[in-house]
Design a protein around this ligand. Structure first.
Ligand code: HBI
Ligand code: FE
Length: 295
C-alpha cells in the first residue's frame, strides 16, 4: 500500500502538463483528509501569526478569503487576487525550471504546488506544497508594491538566465520573498513565505537570540549564501515594501559588476557597513555543531 504522501504527490506528479508546466488542479480530487489537513495547518498558523505577520498579510488572508474551509480552489482564489493586483495563481506539480518560473512571474502568474504535504510531513516539507505556496506566498501578492517587485523579479530572472548571475538573484528571492522581515511601528514582522508557513520559524525569526537581523541592502544580500535545510542564520529587514521595490527597481548590471569584485558572505557573517539590528548568538546552530561533534 503506497503511503498517502506517495499517492498525494503521485496524483499531481503524473498529471498531464501544459507547455508552461501548469496542470489541472482538479479541485474535486482533494480528499476529505486533505481538506481537513489544510484546515489544521491553516488554523495553527493563523494563531501563530497573530502579532508576528505584517498587517498586509493578515488583512490579505481575510480579503482573499483564505480559511479553514479546505484547500483553496485556485480559480476562485485567482478571481479575487486578480481584482486586487492583476495576479493569478496557477497550479503546478512541483518546482518548475527557472526559465518557466521567471516567465510566469513576469506575466503575473504565481505557480503554486497543487499537492498537499502528508501527515508525516505536517510540520516540515522541503518542496513547496499548496500550503507553503498559497498560505505563504499568495497573500503578499495582494500588495501592489510587493506584486510589482515579484513581477520585476521575474523580468530580471529572464534577463539573468544567460548571464550566470542566477545564484545572486536567487539570494535576493531567498532573503526577501522566502525569509524576509519588515520593520513596523509595532516592531519586526514577517512577510517571507518560508517563515509564514512554518510555526517554528515564525517564532525563531522574530524572538530567538540566535540569528542576526540586518537591515536589507541589495548588493549585500546578493553576496550572501543561504541554508536551504534549516532556519536562517541571518534575516534581512526592509523598511517598507515600497523601499524594497525602489532599491530593486533598477538596472542590475552595475550590481552584477560590483558582485564580480565582492567576495561571497557566509550566512552568519556580519559585513563591513552592515546596519545591524541584532547581533546573533548563533546558539541554535552552535548547539547543532556540538551535537554532530560529540555524536
Ligand atoms: N518553481 N514551482 C516553483 N516554485 C518556486 O518557488 C521556484 C520554482 N523554480 C525555481 C525557483 N523557485 C527558484 O530557483 C527561483 O529563484 C528561480
Ligand atoms: Fe516558496
Amino acid at each position: 500500500m503506497q503511503t498517502e504522501a506517495k499517492t498525494t504527490r503521485h496524483r499531481y506528479a503524473n498529471a498531464p502538463k501544459n507547455a508552461d508546466f501548469t496542470i489541472d488542479q482538479d479541485w474535486q480530487s482533494y480528499t476529505p483528509e486533505e481538506h481537513d489537513r489544510w484546515n489544521r495547518l491553516f488554523d495553527r498558523q493563523k494563531r501563530v501569526l497573530k502579532g508576528r505577520a505584517c498587517d498586509e498579510i493578515l488583512s490579505a488572508i481575510e480579503t482573499l478569503k483564505l480559511s479553514d474551509s479546505g484547500v483553496p480552489d485556485f480559480e476562485k482564489l485567482s478571481e479575487k487576487l486578480h481584482t486586487l493586483t492583476g495576479w493569478r495563481v496557477v497550479p503546478v506539480a512541483d518546482l518548475v525550471p527557472d526559465d518557466v518560473f521567471f516567465e510566469h512571474l513576469a506575466n503575473k502568474r504565481f505557480p503554486a504546488g497543487a499537492f498537499l504535504r502528508s501527515e508525516e510531513e505536517f510540520d516540515y516539507i522541503e518542496e513547496p506544497d499548496v500550503f507553503h505556496d498559497v498560505f505563504g506566498h499568495v497573500p503578499m501578492l495582494a500588495n501592489p508594491e510587493f506584486a510589482a517587485f515579484m513581477q520585476a523579479y521575474g523580468e530580471g530572472g529572464l534577463k539573468a538566465l544567460g548571464s550566470g548571475q542566477l545564484h545572486n538573484l536567487a539570494r535576493l528571492y531567498w532573503y526577501t520573498v522566502e525569509f524576509g522581515l519588515i520593520e513596523t511601528n509595532d516592531g519586526l514582522r514577517i512577510y517571507g513565505a518560508g517563515i509564514l508557513s512554518s510555526p517554528q520559524e515564525s517564532r525563531f525569526s522574530l524572538e530567538d537570540d540566535s540569528p542576526n537581523r540586518v537591515r536589507f541592502n541589495l548588493s549585500r544580500v546578493m553576496r550572501t549564501n543561504y541554508r536551504i535545510d534549516d532556519f536562517q542564520e541571518t534575516y534581512f529587514v526592509i523598511d517598507s515594501f515600497q523601499s524594497l521595490l525602489d532599491q530593486c527597481y533598477r538596472d542590475f548590471d552595475s550590481v552584477y559588476d560590483f558582485l564580480h569584485t565582492a567576495s561571497d558572505l557566509e550566512p552568519r557573517e556580519i559585513a563591513a557597513g552592515d546596519d545591524v539590528l541584532h547581533y546573533g548568538t548563533h546558539s541554535y546552530f552552535n548547539a547543532q555543531l556540538h551535537e554532530t561533534e560529540t555524536a
